[in-house]
Write a protein that binds this ligand. Structure first.
Ligand code: BTN
Length: 251
């Protein structure tokens, strides 16, 4: 049973938020939780989770659209103040937080693709998006939960928890994910979380192609993740540190 809609009730929302230690703003439908959370953060709001049952203009990294069927995904953005890390690094830490939250529901075979994808077996199950400013950071996460069918544009590369046989309540997932993000915001945990990222990586030790703004930049072997979150790629012309761009795993 999915209980996310209970957050529409102000009393439930307030009790649930108090329990978690976060203010919660719930929308049955919104353009993008990320845009709304950034607006709240810029206005100086206390740490807030913006969560929606449906997004009409959700977006991902590189301003790609994030497609989601109404009522079927976890769609949320958290405002963190002060910023716990640079956006690039916190994107990776939040990806680990997603895997840890999902594992508490018995979801296994999770992998992390640099920089912001969480994969389940052979499909993308979740994506992470970070926007930073001087005094805050907004982290947005979309998890495919109960869709049985996926839009044609992502059908070959994405999957959902339901398709993998998991029936997960989005309200419970929100609570466990928020706890994991709280832990990821503590710098004392960063080394351990980066070690976990390296362990779960499906990018490291693979041949990759790194492209920037659509142009082929270079190919090489992804050999390490630096402590600042850069992907280290060995190429015939020497070592490259990748901090932006698209990384495609070749084989
Ligand atoms: C990606 O894979 O490129 C990141 C996807 C991030 C999607 C989430 S859904 C909640 C939040 N609101 C948005 O518009 N985007 C993020």
């Amino acid at each position: 049973m999915d209980r996310l809609g209970l957050l529409a009730d102000p009393a439930v929302r307030s009790a649930f938020g108090n329990e978690l230690g976060w203010a919660i703003e719930y929308h049955a439908s919104i353009a993008s939780t990320q845009d709304r959370a950034r607006e709240l953060a810029r206005g100086g709001a206390a740490p807030t989770i913006v969560i929606a049952d449906q997004q009409t203009a959700g977006h991902g990294r590189g301003e790609k659209s994030w497609l989601s069927e109404p009522g079927a995904s976890l769609l949320a953005s958290w405002t963190l103040r002060p910023a716990p890390a640079e956006p690039g690094l916190f994107t990776l830490l939040a990806g680990v937080a997603v895997t840890m939250a999902l594992r508490t529901f018995g979801v296994a075979d999770l992998g992390l693709k640099w920089p912001n994808d969480v994969w389940l077996t052979n499909g993308k199950i979740a994506g992470v998006l970070a926007h930073g400013a001087a005094d805050h950071l907004v982290i947005g996460i979309g998890v495919n939960v109960s869709q049985r069918e996926l839009p044609r544009a992502i059908a070959d590369t994405a999957t959902t928890l339901a398709r993998a046989g998991h029936d997960i309540d989005r309200l419970a997932l929100l609570a466990r994910l928020t706890r994991q993000l709280d832990a990821a915001a503590d710098p004392a945990n960063h080394d351990a979380l980066l070690a976990e990222w390296r362990k779960r990586s499906i990018t490291l030790r693979r041949e990759v192609e790194v492209t920037d703004a659509g142009a082929t930049a270079f190919r090489g072997t992804a050999t390490d993740l630096a402590d600042d979150g850069a992907l280290v790629v060995e190429t015939p012309y020497g070592q490259q540190r990748v901090i932006a761009g698209e990384v495609r795993v070749l084989g």
